[in-house]
Design a protein around this ligand. Structure first.
Ligand code: ATP
Ligand code: MG
Length: 312
């Protein structure tokens, strides 16, 4: 069957407000949107995908939310019963946000196939949000190969079928199939807590002069956003459905230094009289309050002693 060249007119009028400079989707008209959000647990990845899903659903897309953890039904209504119902619902385009419950890759396959089929037939904008993407997409895992393949097809051929996508993952490397990382065109990177992961990450960030400490300092809901327009630090708004039920994450100011030189500087700023006031009963009390182990108490006491000796 021959298809006319697809013109994604809806893209030229659509915008995403992710908390930074609005993302003009006109810039994605020829490629489609393939967004990836990476960050540790509780970092706000799910919320970020929901923000995009809600905003696109208001601008003419049908948003399909792949929900592996059963956390989205309470927000957006009961999941479709099966792949057939998803097909019907996508065909009718009456319900702007559709929840799909898929607790593993195998369960995802018929739903993914339904999205591909409908997109192939009707070519009207569909937004697929795949939460916990590492469960459905990875390069090496055999048991999820079928799901990964469908996601790759959505990513690679989606642009001609008006399918846009948003995938979340816990880690930057290895968690998703390389096709996804190779084709992504909007990337949200959240807090990075593992300094040893930095050596693999650094090349991606070097050009933008972003350091480990910048990534490490990101609070929940904060991301570095790499888009067609460039890179900027953003603070994601809350998805409306989530804002109704979830507390806004408390903005915790980091109190502890993250590098040795910061530790060193922090230590030097403490006056000697104050350090001397840390006698055994005081230290024991503070240690008990903080719930420190005997090991931590010992190394703390040693560090204190070293510092005082160095100052004497
Ligand atoms: N942009 C935001 N502003 C303020 N609070 C936020 C924001 N995003 C998320 N939060 C808070 O953080 C909580 C966790 O967010 P979310 O579930 O999106 O994280 P996640 O990265 O998907 O975590 P997980 O890996 O455990 O699924 C939310 O319930 C909400 O309270
Ligand atoms: Mg989540």
């Amino acid at each position: 069957m021959a298809h006319a060249v697809i013109r994604r007119n809806e893209m030229f009028e659509a915008t995403l407000n992710l908390g930074g400079t609005p993302v003009d989707l006109g810039e994605y008209a020829t490629t489609g949107l393939l967004a990836v959000a990476v960050g540790p647990r509780g970092n706000g990845k799910t919320n970020a995908g929901l923000v995009a899903a809600e905003q696109l659903a208001e601008q003419g897309w049908i948003s399909v939310l792949i929900d592996p953890e059963g956390e989205l039904e309470s927000l957006y209504g009961a999941a479709v019963a099966d792949a057939e119902q998803l097909r019907k619902s996508l065909g009718a385009r009456k319900q702007p946000i559709i929840v799909v419950s898929a607790t593993n890759a195998e369960a995802f396959v018929p739903y993914g196939q339904a999205v591909l089929d409908v997109a192939d037939r009707q070519r009207k904008p569909i937004f697929v949000f795949i939460d916990e993407g590492q469960m459905f997409s990875a390069s090496k895992k055999k048991d999820i190969a079928a799901a990964a393949d469908i996601i790759n097809q959505l990513a690679e051929r989606g642009r001609k079928r008006a399918v846009d996508m948003f995938i979340t993952a816990h880690r930057y490397t290895g968690s998703l199939h390389r096709t996804i990382f190779a084709n992504k065109n909007l990337t949200l990177v959240g807090c990075q807590e593992d300094p040893t992961a930095w050596s693999t990450l650094a090349p991606q960030f070097r050009a933008s002069k972003i350091e480990f400490s910048d990534l490490n300092a990101l609070a929940p809901g904060e991301f570095f956003c790499f888009s067609r327009a460039g890179v900027e630090k953003i603070r994601m708004p809350m998805a409306s459905a989530l804002a109704r039920v979830a507390p806004k994450a408390k903005r915790v100011k980091r109190k502890l230094p993250t590098t040795f030189s910061q530790w060193n500087r922090a230590m030097r700023e403490i006056p000697t009289a104050r350090l001397e006031a840390l006698n055994d009963p005081v230290v024991n009390l503070l240690g008990a309050v903080a719930g420190l182990s005997a090991q931590q108490m010992l190394s703390g006491a040693r560090a204190l002693q070293d510092e005082l000796e160095a100052r004497a």
